[in-house]
Design a protein around this ligand. Sequence first.
Ligand code: FAD
Ligand code: FES
Length: 222
Amino acid sequence: MLRRERRSVLGVEAVGPYTLLRVARGGLDPGTPGQFFMLEAPGRLLPRPMSVCLAPPGELGFLIDPVGSGTRALCGLGAGDRLGILGPLGNGFRLDVERPVLVGGGIGVAPFPYLSERLGAPAPAAVLGFRSAWHAEAAELVPNAEVVLEPTYVTDVMPAGHDVLACGPAPMLEAVRRLAARAQLAWEAPMACGYGACYGCAVEIDGELKRLCVEGPVLAAA
Ligand SMILES: Cc1cc2nc3c(=O)[nH]c(=O)nc-3n(C[C@H](O)[C@H](O)[C@H](O)COP(=O)(O)OP(=O)(O)OC[C@H]3O[C@@H](n4cnc5c(N)ncnc54)[C@H](O)[C@@H]3O)c2cc1C
Ligand code: FES
């Protein structure tokens, strides 16, 4: 049974333009990479979905891009502050792959540090695309990463013959899907509840409405 918990912030660190928010894990299960938690943003009615970025003992780390009021409020938290947290939610990446390559763009790299760790040694190859060298500082969290900056795209350098696990903006995921029909793709949609109750995250897939928070966020490309 899922329960919203209150947890302490352990630290807040800048990673390029992003913020790494480190939260005390307590008894929370970090889940499978690609799963997410709903984080209550101070002063905001609705929580915001965030992928697990890091899960060292006793902690959950979330890499946050401050794109709006909720994410800015989360990035403004400080050590010792408390926040509500619910999860892990949704379906993560399948880890039973033979030749993984992680393909991501921008804040889409957020789930990759934990995903890389859970795929085990040797660290899987990663191809990460960013719009600037400042944004690319996030690649330092991902072992064995090749970085490309715009106007080069990850799909220009993505190796063939691998099991692709991808996360990033929708146009990037569409381009990956055209090249790798068996890829696993982590999609985004605005989410209000995170557990299937509100239909706020419904997307049409093959003519059927699916709630991305329960059917996804990771979906098979085909
Ligand atoms: C499963 C999942 C995992 C996510 N993981 C991360 C993560 O690890 N790190 C991170 O920084 N962000 C992540 N996001 C995106 C993050 O939840 C949104 O950026 C955040 O909710 C925006 O809230 P806001 O109040 O700051 O911005 P708002 O003011 O609500 O929106 C700012 C802008 O972003 C757009 N937007 C808002 N939410 C989404 C969304 N989910 N998808 C596409 N566009 C959106 C709005 O239309 C608007 O243009 C994830 C989203 C999902 C669904
Ligand atoms: S976010 Fe409420 S149903 Fe998916």
